[in-house]
Design a protein around this ligand. Structure first.
Ligand SMILES: NC(=O)c1ccc[n+]([C@@H]2O[C@H](COP(=O)([O-])OP(=O)(O)OC[C@H]3O[C@@H](n4cnc5c(N)ncnc54)[C@H](OP(=O)(O)O)[C@@H]3O)[C@@H](O)[C@H]2O)c1
Length: 270
């Protein structure tokens, strides 16, 4: 039987790597996209060792660069990979007062969190349409549901991913390509995220999951063709409860929590 492929961005670490393991265990071959560094090489070697029956390819790329995105897509067409899964997962997360990060940093964030998802999806959609049933999984965040002070550009970029996914899903109804958006709460991945979750104390601990838990339930939701998925029982409950409160209250409450937890002087300009 011909191999089916999943292209996963941000696949060298964290949730992206955990999703790679989930799909590999289901016999799906992998196209791992991440920055060209040692993490990508190590993760690729680890997956090849653990799942010798599938094909694993590393596609090093800086997804903030348009030319790298085009090169990734062109390679997929050239190699005639049977692409059935597109996982738009890579993004940059950060916390701090809006003015503590530079204009240049924000441009990179928008290129990675917003443009890379829109561009890759546009470039690879014809290939997915050729290999239906096919699936797109876009990694948003609980932050997509809120207007978050101290995470201003991050939460706004995730709101883009959320709306983009659900609108495209509707447009693709009946095409054989299903779109799922995943909105996790805190996930214990890179040291920055771990530090932020620790700073939030008991609140952070109650709402955080391991990347493997998120990957397992996200892949399941994608294969079930769900539109939207929040991993973790308590996080999902919290996400539902948000409808009970006025948005202005939630904004102020979030501002209060972050203002107390993150003294402005602890942030350096990026
Ligand atoms: N962790 C959380 O608490 C949390 C919560 C909600 C949503 N999410 C979302 O889940 C997704 C994954 O988060 P994570 O915490 O697992 O991330 P992570 O551990 O920081 O890993 C980020 C991945 O993205 C890659 N990457 C970073 N910049 C890139 C670029 N310019 N071009 C290509 N690849 C790049 C990294 O590659 P290198 O290894 O080469 O740097 C790495 O593979 C993100 O969309 C995030 O917003 C995370």
């Amino acid at each position: 039987m011909e191999k089916s492929y999943a292209l996963i961005t941000g696949a060298s670490q964290g949730i992206g790597l955990a999703i790679a393991h989930e799909l590999a265990a289901r016999g799906v071959s992998l196209l791992l996209v991440a920055l060209p560094d040692v993490h990508l090489e190590q993760s690729c070697a680890e997956l090849k060792r653990k799942y010798p029956h599938i094909d694993v390819q590393a596609l090093p790329a800086d997804l903030t660069r348009e030319e790298d995105i085009r090169a990734v897509a062109e390679r997929c067409y050239r190699e005639q990979w049977r692409l059935r899964y597109l996982i738009n997962n890579a993004s940059m997360g950060f916390t701090g007062p809006y003015e503590s990060y530079s204009y240049e940093f924000y441009e990179k964030v928008l290129h990675l969190n917003v443009m890379a998802t829109a561009r890759l999806t546009r470039l690879l959609l014809p290939l997915l349409r050729d290999h239906t049933p096919a699936y797109i999984l876009n990694m948003a965040s609980m932050a997509a549901y809120f207007q978050m002070p101290y995470k201003v550009l991050y939460s706004s970029s995730k709101a883009f991913v959320y709306h983009f996914s659900l609108a495209l899903r509707e447009e693709l109804r009946g095409s054989g390509v299903s779109v799922t958006v995943v909105c996790p709460g805190g996930v214990l991945t890179n040291p920055d995220v771990r530090r932020t979750i620790e700073r939030l104390g008991r609140l952070g601990a109650a709402f955080s999951l391991e990347p493997q838990q998120v990957a397992r339930s996200a892949v399941r939701a994608m294969l079930q063709g769900k539109s939207e998925h929040v991993p973790g029982f308590w996080v999902a409950m919290y996400a539902r409860l948000r409808h009970l409160f006025p948005k202005g209250w939630i904004r102020r409450a979030l501002g209060w929590v972050f203002r107390r937890k993150f003294a402005e002087k602890t942030y350096k300009r990026a």
